[in-house]
Structure formats: C-alpha cells, structure tokens
Design a binder for this molecule. Structure first.
Ligand SMILES: [Zn+2]
Length: 154
C-alpha cells in the first residue's frame, strides 16, 4: 500500500481493536434485529464501551439476550476481518457513507467481517473475530430518543 493512501485513511482515534471490531458486529446486529441505524455516537475503551442509537424505547431483557447471543454467534464463527478499497463513486453505490468524514479522500476503505458486515471505517480491527473474546452487555438505558448500550469483552 502506498504511503499516501495510508495517510488518507489514518484516523485520529486509536481504538482498541477488539472492542472496536465488536462494535462493528454489534452495529450490524442492531440493524438486522431492529432495523435501526448503526450507532451515531460511541465511546470505545479497553475496559468497557458504549454505543448510542436513535431509538424509541429501552430494550427488554429478552432483546438484550438476543443481541448478546447473536454477536457471540458471529464472533465464534472465526470470521476473517478484511479491508477492501473502493473508489468513492463505487462505494457510494454499495455502502452507506453517511458517517464518512469529508476529508476521507477518493479511496474508501471498507471493512468486511466475513459476509456479516461491511462498513466504511478507518479504525483498527482484529484480523479474525476469534480474537475478540466474549461479548457481554453491561446495561442499557433510554433517554430522549437515544438508546445507550454499555458492553464489555470477557
Ligand atoms: Zn472500524
């Protein structure tokens, strides 16, 4: 890869790769189960992380368990996490680029987690989902149309 490309995709945030990769899977799981958008705001840290979603209520215990089950099922499939590059034009057709920073450049980096998730991202990821560990939701709360999920990895 050329140096220039590297700089274009370089993120200011240094994410925790395991947590951040879990976030990708969680977001896709939320989209699939609830048809909501991916988290619009998040805070990713080694010990615990949180993701915020535009939502209309809090989750039931059953729904929380469903999410946890699904995320761990994906993690345990030992899926390869791969990066692919697309032109901006191509990426706009195939993916949702709404969260892309304006200065992202013309080469768009898409992170694919097996066939489960594909999302533009400049962060750091594990190379295989088996590196993530076990996903656990610590708590959820709902306030002013925002659902917050707090989670950790064991
Ligand atoms: Zn990412």
């Amino acid at each position: 890869m050329e140096n220039k490309d590297n700089q274009e995709i370089k993120s200011n945030k240094q994410y925790h790769p395991q947590m951040h990769s879990a976030e990708h899977i969680l977001n896709q799981t939320m989209v699939r189960i609830f048809n909501c958008g991916r988290s619009f705001s998040n805070h990713i840290e080694k010990k615990k992380s949180k993701c915020d979603y535009h939502f209309n209520r809090n989750l039931t215990q059953q729904e929380i368990e469903e999410i946890v089950l699904k995320v761990n099922e994906v993690i345990r499939q030992d899926l390869v996490v791969a990066e692919e590059f697309y032109s901006k034009q191509e990426a706009e057709i195939k993916f949702n680029l709404s969260k892309l920073p304006d200065d992202a450049g013309d080469k768009i980096r898409i992170i694919k987690i097996g066939e489960y998730d594909a999302c533009p991202c400049s962060g750091q990821h594990v190379s295989n989902t088996k590196e993530i560990g076990t996903f656990k939701i610590i708590s959820t709360d709902f306030n002013e149309d925002v659902l917050r999920l707090r989670f950790k990895l064991l």
